[in-house]
Design a protein around this ligand. Structure first.
Ligand code: ADP
Length: 412
């Protein structure tokens, strides 16, 4: 019996050993397969059958899928965010705890007039090179609180609003936002100048009207020739005021898109001739010669002739106004490819190069003493009118030599 007991025991032990060996083998195989699957996560070479560990394997597969989706989502969020940071006009920079710039967007590089390579890795002081900006960043770093200031950078002739925001979790890391307020500031200045120009322009004729009427009341009425002279001066002042009111009205109508063009066909020569006839008297009074140089056979233009005449009258008026006695204002036109280019050229004082890009702005006057009179609206109105015809207007000038104003209209 003991021998049969030992025999059964041996057989049982053998069976158990074989079972364990087999189990060990299959387990190893499954683990290898699982390891392989995990290793190949991004290659997506996933073995299909994982006996027994199937559940675990399925769970890993699901996890893998979810991770893939999350990584894809994160990647797309990141690319959206970096797209936004690339596009926004505000400059963004991040300085790390070592004061070195870790991140900069193209707007910040543009505003600081540096390339991205010359910013990343450099210190904040090396990058900003402006004591007020550096101070603001230091204050934010020290206090851990948001700092915000408008700073004038005379080096770039700009106004920047700088916002320094300490990181919530690592307050020594600072996010810097740079907003360019130059245009806004410039607009504010133009508006302020306009109000002061306009009140000056109104006060001068109103003061002379008062003086003229007082003189009439004080006895000049009894002297008919003197009264006549005063009345004609009153008329001139009233005309100037009427023109100013008309220009303001025109501009507000044009800007609010209320203007309708009444298109007609006419030749450049006819258009120039009519404008010249209207301005003849004024030119004679100023002792300035008006000349016309235009071939009669030029193609016609289709335009609102009254509006184009308004532009020409304004340009000729300026030409006369800014040319001293004995000078000349020449009107001309020539044909380009499917367009006519008009030019009004004078031998006057010219326009300083700094002012030239701005003279078409509303209320802008190059002559700071404003001796020339006028509201500074004429060129702005002209620009709107030419652009309403889908044309283009610009000026070329040399200080002391004279100016030429060009505009182009499509030809028929
Ligand atoms: P205004 O003549 O009423 O001042 P404009 O809009 O017509 O306004 O012109 C704006 C400014 O452009 C003028 O004040 C002047 O400084 C400059 N300018 C315009 N035309 C001429 C010109 N022909 N020669 C010199 N400066 C000019």
């Amino acid at each position: 019996m003991p021998s049969s007991f030992i025999y059964v025991l041996l057989v049982t032990l053998l069976a158990i050993t074989l079972f364990l060996a087999w189990r060990n083998y299959t387990l190893k195989k499954q683990i290898r397969s699982l390891t392989e699957r995990i290793r190949n996560t991004d290659k997506e070479k996933l073995p299909q059958d994982l006996p027994r560990l199937e559940d675990l394997s399925n769970a890993v597969a699901a996890l893998q899928k979810r991770l893939h989706t999350e990584i894809d989502d994160a990647k797309s969020e990141q690319s959206k965010l970096s797209g936004i940071l690339e596009q926004i006009p505000d400059g963004i920079m991040i300085a790390d705890t070592q004061n070195r710039i870790q991140f900069v967007n193209p707007a910040a590089a543009r505003l600081l007039e540096k390339s991205t390579e010359k910013i990343i890795g450099y210190t904040v002081s090396e990058t900003l090179r402006h004591h007020e900006m550096i101070q603001l960043w230091q204050k934010a770093k020290k206090s851990g609180k948001i700092q915000n200031e408008i700073i004038e950078i005379s080096r770039y002739q700009r106004f920047f609003q700088i916002i320094a925001i300490p990181d919530q979790y690592s307050p020594k890391e600072i996010l810097l936002i740079i907003q360019d307020l130059t245009n806004l500031r410039r607009l504010e200045r133009v508006r302020r100048d306009f109000i002061s120009n306009l009140s000056h322009e109104l006060r001068t004729p109103l003061a002379s009207l008062r003086a003229l009427t007082e003189t009439l009341q004080d006895g000049a009425l009894d002297d008919p020739p003197a009264a006549q002279a005063f009345l004609s001066r009153i008329e001139t002042e009233v005309d100037a005021l009427t023109q100013m009111a008309q220009e303001l009205l025109d501009l507000s109508r044009i800007e609010s898109g209320q203007i309708k063009l009444n298109l007609q066909e006419s030749t450049p020569q006819k258009i120039l001739q009519r404008a010249m006839d209207r301005m003849k008297m004024q030119a004679e009074r100023a002792d300035v010669t008006l000349a016309l140089s235009c071939k009669s056979e030029l193609p016609s233009v289709q335009a609102d002739i009254a509006r184009i005449e308004q532009v020409l009258v304004n340009l000729i008026h300026n030409g006369i106004k800014f040319t001293s006695t004995g000078g000349t204002v020449t009107l001309s036109a020539e044909a380009g490819s499917r367009l006519i280019r008009f030019a009004i050229s004078d031998s006057g004082i010219g326009i300083p190069a700094n002012d030239l890009p701005r003279i078409f702005e509303r209320f802008y006057k190059a002559d700071p003493s404003r001796r020339s009179g006028g509201t500074g609206l004429g060129l702005s109105i002209s620009k709107h009118l030419i652009e309403a015809h889908e044309g283009k207007i610009w000026a070329e000038s040399r200080e002391g030599k004279g100016s030429t104003f060009y505009f182009e209209l499509g030809s028929v």
